[in-house]
Design a protein around this ligand. Structure first.
Ligand SMILES: Nc1ncnc2c1ncn2[C@@H]1O[C@H](COP(=O)(O)OP(=O)(O)OP(=O)(O)O)[C@@H](O)[C@H]1O
Length: 258
């Protein structure tokens, strides 16, 4: 039986005179990789930012895990169960890879800030468990041997994998990846694809914005295509690729062909 992890409908967002999103909706089922594609400026990042609480929409209904969900402050979004990565990697550059993942895990910690400041026994035990889990996640994404390296010293591809480990550390209902393959070379993309596939096989649900259409088509169960803020197609990669509006949006005048 499938269950809906994220149900979003009627999302609109205007920036001054620009309608960046008009009545956009998606439904993501448990265990799916769901792709969001579209030419430059189509509204993908805006949609992502609305779902993850960075932008307040002008309209829209949201349900996460079957319950009403209001994407407001970013930390509330993480607590509600959506973890995201960013187009421009956002790691704590001077912290180690392990510490970066531990920060993600603290979203779920019980002893909280007071426990951390007072270093209560409960906090220390929890800290050890968080450390162990963080190491497991680094191993899982394939960079366990870099646990003690500062994040800024890792290669681009490894930094992206570290971001994914940090997102997984929050035990999210949905993991939202914003252009995870951006700037990667062909070999790194293959490794990334394997990793996303593995995350899916382990029962996680993924929303993916990606410019690399080949990657999206190879990975996703369903895809939504945006163009000028409108949803021009939704369906399986097979169907979407053959949709006339999609072909026009990607190849038509005024758009850069990806
Ligand atoms: N904070 C903002 N203020 C004003 N306009 C914005 C803002 N964010 C996005 N826009 C505009 O909204 C439109 C959609 O942009 P968005 O970044 O969501 O597109 P995108 O599909 O993610 O593009 P890209 O593929 O280039 O990342 C663009 O015309 C953009 O200039």
């Amino acid at each position: 039986m499938t269950s809906t992890v994220l149900h979003v409908s009627g999302v609109s967002k205007r920036f001054g005179g620009l309608q960046a999103l008009s009545d956009v909706g998606i439904q993501i089922q448990q265990g799916q990789v769901y792709g969001l594609i579209g030419p430059n400026g189509a509204g993908k990042t805006t949609f992502f930012n609305v779902i993850t609480g960075l932008y307040t929409p002008d309209a829209g209904c949201f349900e996460l895990g079957g319950a009403p969900y209001t994407p407001q402050a970013v930390h509330q979004v993480a607590k509600a169960g959506i973890a995201r990565t960013f187009q421009n990697i956002r790691l704590f550059a001077e912290m180690t890879a392990l510490e970066n993942v531990m920060v993600g895990r603290h979203v779920r910690s019980a002893s909280g800030l007071i426990g951390a400041v007072l270093r209560t026994p409960g906090f220390k035990a929890e800290e050890a468990a968080i450390r162990q889990r963080a190491q497991e996640l680094l191993d899982y994404v394939g960079i366990g041997k870099y646990a003690d390296f500062k994040a800024r010293t890792l290669s681009y591809g490894d930094q992206r994998r570290l971001e994914i480990a940090r997102a997984l550390a929050t035990d999210p209902k949905l993991i939202a990846l914003d252009e995870p393959a951006a700037g990667m070379n062909a070999t790194e993309k293959v490794v990334l694809r394997e990793l996303i596939d593995r995350i899916r096989k382990d029962g996680r649900t993924i929303l993916l914005i990606e410019h690399d259409v080949k990657l999206v088509m190879g990975l996703c169960d369903r895809v939504t295509v945006l163009d000028y803020g409108k949803q021009i197609a939704e369906g399986t990669p097979y169907d979407v690729q053959r949709n006339d509006k999609v072909i026009e949006a990607y190849l038509g005048a005024g758009h850069k062909n990806h």
